[in-house]
Design a protein around this ligand. Structure first.
Ligand code: SAH
Ligand code: SF4
Ligand code: F3S
Length: 472
């Protein structure tokens, strides 16, 4: 079989990253390998996101950039997958003449058959049919290590929560969970291929398995915790209304579960939360934070906040600022509210004008910056266990700090903070440190990362496995 080249542009959340990986695996039997460049590709897929208007625009501007490429290479196949594909369907074929295939979020299984058809007949296809079954990996194709030692694993798809601003339930369909044994087997295969950390993905992991009568999410975590060779487990996202005592206790009981939770609050105002259909109050949210911190005092907590939701008053926004001051998040993702078709809030009155939204966003960002830096600075002088992921981007770009010369590595703490560190002795010029957990002394703190030096690296990399250093 001739090797053909595949190029995927992934926009959006981790679920799309996982789905793009599935596409690669599914297209391998057809002879497709990852392309060294976009220009060399025989097949280009853009995996799209519809969460905000900007994300949607990104997909269309990428497609626009492909016009010249297709002119030069008419046999090039261009596909649009993911959430915008699901939302717009055939309309994309009408709007963008270069597109050969539009395939929605439930059409992953059918991707190879569509590509085969298009290669033979040069037809144009739109497939946005939704299915009730959960989509599973084709088990005959084993995962590779090429994407690094950390990996996302989707444990459930869709969402039943219908927050009024959100497009996800409309483009991903109803919530459905994968069977625990399929999740565990997939992680085992990943670990065999060299993966050391997995992030379990779901829009609301707390409701994992409930509808289908499978095991609970904390039980699934326990099964994953038992997988030999796996060093770290993360998960996202947990909905505050469903954050259970079982999950809170898991932070104390499971040694591989990282001490970080992403718990999106969206707003600090009860009236906004009500209109968002979030089904919790700020008091309940703060109560859950207190419980988490009681059981796990070092737990890092991050969140999402939407600014300028329809009808958000100055008082509502102040309530959000107050909540941020009270909780002191480790990090925050802030978004300006964006109207989404199908989402009920698009029809709400009292839209907040863009300039007000931007001013509020700026104020919130500055406030959070203060807490992020404060929390990072508090770590100076301490020693943290870092899972080494690879070489730091800073390597050789002139941004290297004084007193920090050597091989620059990057990794994360269990609390999900990025730590760049230097191996002064050039012991590890090869890749031997990747996938190991090592002790790093934190010496400098910035808003997005920490800088440190390894402790006792001399013994490494020879003879010490990641597992052993984890136990140490
Ligand atoms: N299931 C997750 C969120 C997934 S979407 C949860 O409930 O927490 C990721 C984030 O995008 C959301 O937390 C929200 O902050 C933001 N978001 C979703 N829809 C949005 C919209 N219409 N405008 C602005 N931000 C939005
Ligand atoms: Fe969207 Fe709400 Fe579902 Fe999260 S829980 S995906 S915000 S509808
Ligand atoms: Fe975007 Fe779809 Fe994820 S809308 S955030 S890619 S679920």
């Amino acid at each position: 079989m001739n090797t053909k080249y595949l190029y995927i542009n992934t926009i959006g959340c981790q679920m799309n990253v996982y789905d793009s990986e599935q596409m690669v695996r599914r297209l391998k039997p057809l002879g497709y390998e990852i392309s060294p460049s976009m220009e060399a590709a025989d097949l280009i897929i853009v995996n799209t996101c519809a969460i905000r208007e900007k994300a949607e625009q990104k997909a269309f501007s990428f497609l626009g950039r492909l016009t010249a490429l297709k002119r030069k290479k008419p046999e090039l196949i261009i596909c649009v997958g993911g959430c915008v594909a699901q939302q717009e369907g055939r309309m994309i074929l009408e709007r963008v003449h270069n597109v050969d295939l539009v395939f929605g979020t439930h059409a992953l299984n059918r991707l190879p058959e569509h590509i085969r058809k298009i290669s033979l007949k040069r037809c144009r296809i739109s497939d946005v049919e939704m299915t009730k079954e959960i989509i599973e990996f084709p088990s005959e194709i084993k995962p590779g290590i090429e994407d690094g030692i950390t990996r996302f694993v989707t444990i459930m798809r869709g969402c039943d929560n219908y927050c009024t601003y959100c497009v996800v339930p409309h483009v991903r369909g109803p919530e459905i969970s994968r069977r625990p044994e399929n999740v565990v087997n997939e992680i085992r295969e990943l670990v065999e291929a060299g993966v050391k950390e997995v992030t379990l993905l779901g829009q609301n992991v707390n409701s994992y398995g409930i509808k289908e009568g499978l095991c609970s999410f904390p039980e699934l975590l326990k099964f994953v915790n038992e997988i030999e060779g796996l060093l770290r487990i993360r998960f996202t996202t947990s909905h505050p209304k469903d954050l259970s005592e079982g999950l809170i206790s898991a932070f104390a009981g499971l040694e591989k579960l990282c001490s970080h939770i992403h718990l999106p609050v969206q707003s600090g105002s009860n009236s906004v939360l009500k209109r968002m259909n979030r089904k919790y109050t700020r008091e309940l949210y703060i109560d859950k934070i207190e419980r988490l911190r009681k059981i796990s005092p070092d737990l890092a907590i991050t969140s999402d906040i939407i600014v300028g939701f329809p009808g958000e008053t100055d008082e509502d926004f102040k309530a959000t600022l107050d909540l941020v001051k009270e909780v002191e998040f480790d990090g925050l993702f802030t978004f300006g509210y964006s109207d989404r078709k199908n989402a009920p809030a698009a029809k709400f009155s009292d839209k907040v004008p863009d300039d007000k939204k931007n001013k509020r966003l700026q104020e919130l960002l500055e406030l959070q910056e203060y807490y992020t830096v404060k929390k990072n600075r508090a770590l100076i002088g301490s020693t943290a266990l870092i899972l080494v992921e690879g070489f730091s981007k800073k390597q050789g770009d002139g941004d290297v700090q004084e007193g920090f010369t050597g091989v620059h590595w990057t990794g994360r703490t269990a609390t999900n903070k990025i730590v760049n560190f230097v191996d002064e002795n050039f012991l590890s010029g090869d890749t031997a440190l990747i996938g190991k957990i090592i002790n790093v002394k934190i010496e400098k703190a910035f808003s997005h990362s920490l800088l440190g030096k390894p402790v006792d690296l001399k013994g490494l990399p020879v003879g010490i496995t990641g597992e052993e250093s984890y136990a140490a």
